[in-house]
Design a protein around this ligand. Structure first.
Ligand code: PMP
Length: 355
């Protein structure tokens, strides 16, 4: 068919599966195992559904204002999107327009190369070191922009704020995006550097630490200039990105800081316990600062464990990709879910060793 020659052909991102089975343990997409803050649930119950006939606030002002207050920045420094995927995609479209290759790690969030391909942005994947670290020296080359997650995904490793700043400092002529989807689980945010670098964009999400993956809320904070350009592109794309219920509910999540700290604290405590248990079972992993562990077993191939877990309705993530094919990314669930995972692994590994 002739028309097919003019199609924008892309290889799409593959999201983790979303099965819906009773009694399954879902540890494959880094969701929060606890419900959203009580205020979110209350606001949802009390929502005036007749208001849904109106368009939502195009500026997403309720969330923007509330985040500006929480993070001590101006509302004009905050941009909200439909999940951080939307924010990052919009940022690629806005800032990576030089024609020069953008840089990101070889082992990282696997949506970056998909967006780059979609928008026809050239890119170079910089190999992480043997022990999965980002070497800032590798980012001191001519480029069209830089993006990396901190902590990185799927390794969970955190770079110090000094390393992050070294990369920004070396790249003052391009936009540097720090994707902090997992920063609330123990890392030091680059938000501290916002006032110092007008080319720094820090992206965060409500999907993990704020237990709202289903509402799709993400945001970024940067200089007024960066946010202004981002809004110009967003309003040239779709004015009403964020639906009305999500705008109202996200505000409630930010208001309840006590609940937020309690939930993230609990996940961190479970993570540290699970690390010990996994080590005891013969797993090795980079020392995660996120709400997941990226684990490899000393003797049993990851794919085999992945399939056995799946058979038992325990879902984790596995990629058949170079460097990481022998690893499983395991999201931290509730204590009870992790106990069931560990019990299964113990039995499975013992049985296999006895074969
Ligand atoms: N960045 C990273 C590193 C992620 O792992 C994810 C989750 N898949 C996202 C961004 C996007 O999350 P969301 O769109 O739910 O905010």
């Amino acid at each position: 068919m002739k028309w097919e020659e003019n199609v924008r052909k892309v290889v799409p991102y593959v999201a983790g599966e979303q099965p819906n089975k009773k009694n399954m343990i879902k540890l494959n997409t880094n969701e929060c195992p606890y419900p959203p803050a009580p205020g979110v649930v209350r606001a949802m119950k009390e929502m005036d559904y007749t208001a849904l006939r109106l368009y939502p606030n195009p500026d997403v002002a309720p969330i923007v204002d509330c985040l500006a207050e929480y993070y001590h920045v101006k509302p004009s420094q905050v941009f909200v999107g439909v999940g951080s995927d939307d924010v990052i995609s919009m940022a690629f479209l806005t800032f990576f327009h030089s024609g020069k290759p953008i840089l990101f790690p070889d082992v990282t969030y696997s949506f970056y190369d998909v967006w780059a391909n979609l928008y026809r942005i050239p890119f170079r994947q910089i190999p992480l070191t043997e022990d999965w670290q980002i070497n800032p020296e590798d980012y001191k080359v001519e480029n069209g922009g830089v993006i990396f997650p901190n902590p990185n995904a799927p390794t969970g490793l955190l770079q110090s704020l000094d390393t992050v700043e070294e990369i920004i400092q070396a790249n003052r002529d391009v936009v540097v995006i720090v994707d902090e989807a997992y920063i609330d689980f123990g890392g030091e945010s680059a938000l501290k550097l916002i006032d110092k670098y007008d080319n720094l964009l820090v992206v965060q999400t409500f999907s993990k630490s704020r237990a709202m993956a289903g509402l799709r809320v993400g945001f970024c904070i940067g200089s007024e200039k960066l946010i202004g350009y981002l809004n110009d592109v967003k309003f040239s794309f779709n004015s009403y990105t964020m639906n009305m219920p999500s705008q109202a509910l996200a505000v409630e999540a930010v208001k309840d800081d006590t609940y937020f700290k309690e939930v993230t604290g609990r996940i961190v405590a479970t993570r540290e316990r699970v690390k010990k248990e996994l080590r005891g079972l013969g797993f090795t992993f980079p020392d995660s600062y996120a709400n997941f562990v990226f684990a490899s077993h000393k003797t049993v191939p990851a794919k085999e464990i992945f399939e056995a877990l799946r058979e038992a309705d325990i879902y984790v993530r596995h990629w058949d990709k170079p460097r990481i094919e022998n690893y499983l990314r395991i999201t931290i669930g509730t204590d009870e879910e992790m106990d069931r995972l560990i019990a299964f692994l113990k039995e499975f590994l013992a049985k296999r060793a006895g074969q």
